[in-house]
Write a protein of this length. Structure first.
Length: 279
């Protein structure tokens, strides 16, 4: 594994063999200084950017403990901090081993704001699930995500109902949503509302609620930690995609209404101007 790959993709408390951990300079053997690509959370960037550090600590003794600060070279506003321990291989090799004690901001990609808006009051539960997932704690991540879906089922149905209403759903379809929201059984509720789900919210032609329920139906007590981690990732991916589609659908409809209002307003003004001229 390369040093940049280790910093970008490996969670804390994981030890890896690093091919290019050190470099030789006129000052001795130093920890490699190289740019890495991570998400910059500043308002200026808010995207994946290259960050770099000017710190080049030299190794002495058996290991090197170091805190490293990286700065975004695009906005010069955001920082990424790592705390690491590194061991050099014997001889002239520039390879070695490294382990992260931690990093700030926390490891992993940022949580999309659309997901946070969709799950509402369970934001902290979702972030705990995300941290568990980032650390490879499958059972913990799955338990957090499962609780969120079960607690926010009515909220998900309500948001999907809003999209259906915006897209001109029939009174019968809206009634299906109302009945599903009132139903206390998850499987029966999503089955009853299936015909009313807007096509724009389908994920590869599949009902997103059915996909979520199929994952939730897996028995956490029988699965291995690795299997629970896969299930947790499935829940997060489906939930993120659903949040994105709901946001786009509501935004597109809102923009369309604004455009129509402007067009109608301009048309009315022209009509009034023409009437005044004729008068």
């Amino acid at each position: 594994m390369l040093w940049a790959e280790f910093l970008e993709n490996v969670p804390p408390n994981t030890e890896e063999n690093i091919e290019d951990l050190f470099v030789k300079t006129q000052h001795g053997t130093e920890l490699r200084k190289s740019g890495i690509r991570i998400h910059c959370w500043s308002e200026t960037c808010s995207d994946v950017r290259i960050v770099t550090t000017s710190v080049t600590p030299s190794i002495s003794g058996v290991w090197l403990d170091e805190n490293i600060a990286y700065m975004c070279i695009h906005c010069w506003e955001s920082y990424k901090y790592y705390s690491v321990r590194c061991w050099k291989d014997d001889g002239d090799a520039m390879s070695g081993r490294a382990i992260k004690f931690g990093e700030i901001p926390a490891f992993g990609p940022p949580v999309p704001s659309k997901v946070i808006s969709l799950i509402g009051p369970d934001r902290e539960l979702f972030l705990k699930g995300r941290r568990s997932e980032n650390q490879g704690l499958g059972i913990g991540a799955f338990a957090y995500y499962r609780q969120i879906i079960e607690r926010q089922r009515d909220r998900l149905l309500t948001e999907i109902k809003k999209v259906a209403q915006r897209l001109g759903a029939s009174a019968h379809d809206i009634e299906l949503f109302d009945r599903a929201i009132a139903d206390t059984q998850f499987s029966r509720a999503i089955e009853s509302v299936k015909p009313a789900i807007p096509r724009s919210l389908l994920i590869d032609r599949h009902n997103p609620l059915t996909l979520l329920h199929s994952v939730l139906s897996r028995d956490i007590h029988l699965g291995t930690d690795e299997e629970c981690l896969e299930s947790a990732q499935d829940i997060r991916v489906i939930l993120t995609e659903l949040a994105e589609r709901i946001t786009v659908a509501l935004k597109d409809e809102s923009e369309l209404k604004q455009s129509l209002a402007r067009l109608l307003s301009r048309g009315q003004n022209k009509l009034e101007d023409q009437t005044n001229k004729d008068g």
